[in-house]
Ligand binder design. Structure first.
Ligand code: SF4
Length: 703
């Protein structure tokens, strides 16, 4: 704890990293954050993980962009070749006026010459709700199409697709804190102790008071110690396992007949479909004994109150939507939705990925998931946006946009806070595409791998340098507050967007994020009864809320679903193998993910002193028997090769991975996991199969 003499000011805000949305107090002295403490937010009750407590000093890193930059006329060819400490060979400093004019006019020129569809945009879940709203409006209003997306496409797009289809809402049905009221919880394809560490503390407390925790994951993990059951199933066989569990519930008539009759549709077709998936038939495929499957099924059905949590292990497959459909069906079968201690909860990744999606930063939906195909919705926005005609065509998604760039059909991009040169699958393809753009505007706080390809770089603000609202995985809307000034000439993102909009011909006149929030309320029912003033006073409001005095509903859909006749739907899921399976040339399975200390593409956490000191080096995890077979000692180097490329990386011994698997974190540019990953997409959520690639692992001869 800091002594109050150590700081001049204390500013309350929200951690910028994961979707848990922990509230923090930033202690500021002489215009700098000295330390950060957890405060009593609804999602963290004073707790913080290592990232929230020690991961903030990246905002003072010498690599921060402090002036607008313009690519030099005589710069070398665009490539991943800029040293952040020695960028002058590639870029020159410019005034804001010059940089904004060049950035905006480049986009306008492309619009004039080729039409609006020659320009696309990636916003970011690191931005506030107001910034996300402005960014999607910028593309839709300024360029007449919906080709705007963000990193939700790479994390939970398939979960949202399944939830929208079967439940009628893309958000969680219950907060993770509801586990306090549950008797049983399934955590599948998620590693909360590393990726949602504060949420994991609630899960551990739940087991301490006797809750049954069933963890299902192809990789071992920290929650295993606390679990009553650990089902380490074969990668890519989620549907087989979940359908087998549901087969038991159906065949033994353990389902909740009244709930199914009262609140669902499609049960009989689903029941007929699920009969083929007996535990005996699925056991070999998923690697879990039939008796274990039966035991888990009976416990889930017997529980009075049960919750299901999932992460990107479920969503990042070409069958990610089917995986999520199974989880929804499982909950519906047993009526584990809509009551305290029950619910469906995809653990959202970035701190504002829920809010950015709610704000319409996705190609098929306007704010609040209102379809661009719906003429009434388009008319509403035409009215709010002063006559703007909204295109009725759903836009392209992240990977589709990058493909069009590669093919030369999209010629200009505005990228705000995203880093596709690290985050896209088959990233060499994305890097080539970025290098081909006629005009690339990047707005960010560092010279990221993506910014290296830019024509204009606009220096932006970090979380502690701006104010706005953010929405966490629990649907809790919270206020992030400015604690310090952006460095040098860097500006708040919303203000830069307003300047860009004016220069592409839009009549935007916002003077403050509060005005943007007020406009958002005109079209977003989720924000009914939520005002900025209320958020300031109450620290958080959970949507939906029924009135100005209602703090919001932690559990929703107790009296029906926002679908036809108020009924949720069973959608049968069939077995789909991974897009590529191991063979003689690539005999092992590569899976990728995060580590506790590093965040996404590493642009922030690798510049945070403590976090980088704890995890300074790119690494992969291999089973001890695999290392022995390779003749590599722990700490030695291995070469990983897939059909897309090769990386060399230090190997760690890790019993959590099976002998046929390698786990590679994706935060390290020097061993970029996405050089290896497969860009094959789930047909519904359009999410790439990051969690399964066929790979060859070899020892690197360092003699
Ligand atoms: Fe930040 Fe997530 Fe850690 Fe909370 S759990 S401190 S939101 S990274």
């Amino acid at each position: 704890m800091g002594d109050s003499a150590d700081f001049d000011e204390e500013i309350k805000s929200v951690c910028p990293f994961c979707g848990v949305g922990c509230q923090v107090s930033m202690k500021v002295k002489d215009g700098k954050i000295k330390h950060v403490e957890g405060i009593n937010g609804p999602a963290n009750e004073g707790r913080l993980c290592v990232k929230g407590r020690f991961g903030f000093d990246y905002i003072n890193h010498p690599h921060r962009l402090t002036k607008p930059l313009i690519r030099r006329e005589d710069a070398p060819e665009k490539a991943l070749n800029v040293d952040p400490e020695n960028w002058q060979e590639f870029f020159r400093e410019a005034t804001w006026e010059e940089a904004l004019d060049k950035a905006a006019h480049g986009l306008v020129d492309l619009r004039s010459y080729y039409g609006g569809s020659a320009v696309a945009g990636f916003g970011s879940a690191k931005c506030t709700n107001e910034e996300a709203y402005l960014f999607q409006k910028f593309i839709r209003q300024g360029f007449g199409h919906n080709n705007v997306d963000h990193c939700t496409r790479l994390c939970h797009a398939s979960s949202v697709a399944a939830l929208m289809e079967n439940v009628g809402s893309g958000a969680v049905t219950a907060t993770f804190n509801e586990i306090e009221n549950a008797d049983l919880a399934i955590v599948i394809g998620a590693n909360p102790t590393e990726n949602h560490p504060v949420a994991a503390t609630y899960f551990k407390q739940f087991t301490k008071r006797g809750g049954q925790l069933i963890v299902m994951d192809p990789r071992g993990q920290g929650l295993k110690r606390h679990a009553t059951h650990m089902l380490q199933f074969r990668p890519g066989t989620d549907v087989a396992l979940l359908n087998a569990i549901m087969n038991v519930i159906v065949e033994e008539k353990l389902y909740d007949r009244n709930y199914i009759e009262g609140f669902t549709e499609g049960f009989f077709e689903f029941r007929d479909h699920i009969r083929a998936f007996t535990p005996e038939r699925m056991a070999d495929l998923c690697g879990i004994e039939a008796e274990v499957i039966r035991d888990v099924a009976r416990r889930f059905a017997d529980a009075n109150r049960a919750m299901i949590f999932w992460g990107m292990g479920v969503s990042q497959h070409i069958h990610g939507t089917d995986n999520a459909r199974c989880l929804i069906s499982l909950a519906l079968l047993c009526g584990h939705v809509g009551r305290p201690g029950t619910g469906l909860h995809p653990l959202r990744g970035q701190n504002n990925v829920q809010g950015a999606s709610d704000a319409g930063l996705i190609p098929q939906f306007l704010p609040d998931y209102q379809s661009v195909k719906d003429p009434e919705v388009r008319e509403l926005f035409r009215h709010i946006w002063r006559g703007t005609e909204i295109s009725p065509e759903p836009g392209l998604t992240v990977v589709e946009i990058m493909d069009r760039v590669y093919r030369g059909e999209i010629k200009g991009m505005y990228i705000l806070g995203e880093n596709p040169a690290m985050s896209d699958p088959d990233v060499e393809h994305a890097r080539k595409a970025l290098g081909q753009l006629d005009h690339l505007v990047v707005q960010d706080i560092f010279l990221t791998e993506t910014a290296m390809f830019a024509d204009v770089i606009l220096p932006a603000s970090a979380f502690a340098e701006k104010s706005g609202t953010v929405t966490n995985t629990n649907r809790q809307v919270q206020v992030a507050r400015q604690a310090v000034q952006p460095p040098g000439d860097a500006r708040e993102d919303w203000a830069v967007l307003v300047e860009m909009a004016r220069r592409v011909g839009l009549d935007w006149d916002y003077d403050d994020p509060r005005e943007v929030f007020d406009e958002m309320k005109m079209s977003m029912r989720s924000l009914h009864h939520i005002t900025w003033k209320r958020l300031e006073a109450e620290s958080a409001v959970t949507y939906p809320t029924t009135g100005p005095d209602d703090p919001g509903q932690p559990v929703v859909f107790g009296d029906g679903f926002p679908r036809r006749a108020g009924r949720a739907k069973f959608t049968p899921a069939r077995l789909t193998p991974p897009a590529e399976t191991p063979d003689d040339a690539f005999p092992m399975i590569l899976t990728t993910g995060r580590q506790l200390e590093h965040w996404h593409t590493g642009s922030m956490t690798r510049r945070a002193t403590v976090l980088d000191a704890v995890e300074p080096e790119a690494n992969c995890s291999l089973h001890p028997s695999t290392l022995r077979k390779l003749g590599v000692a722990p700490g030695g180097m291995v070469r990983l090769t897939t059909r897309r490329g090769t990386v060399e990386v230090m190997a760690r011994e890790d019993r959590a991975v099976s002998p046929d698997m390698v786990f590679l974190p994706f935060a390290y540019v020097e061993a970029a996991a996405n050089i290896l990953t497969n860009p094959a997409l789930d047909p519904f959520g359009k999410i790439p199969e990051f969690k399964f690639s066929a790979v060859r692992v070899e020892a690197v001869d360092t003699a």
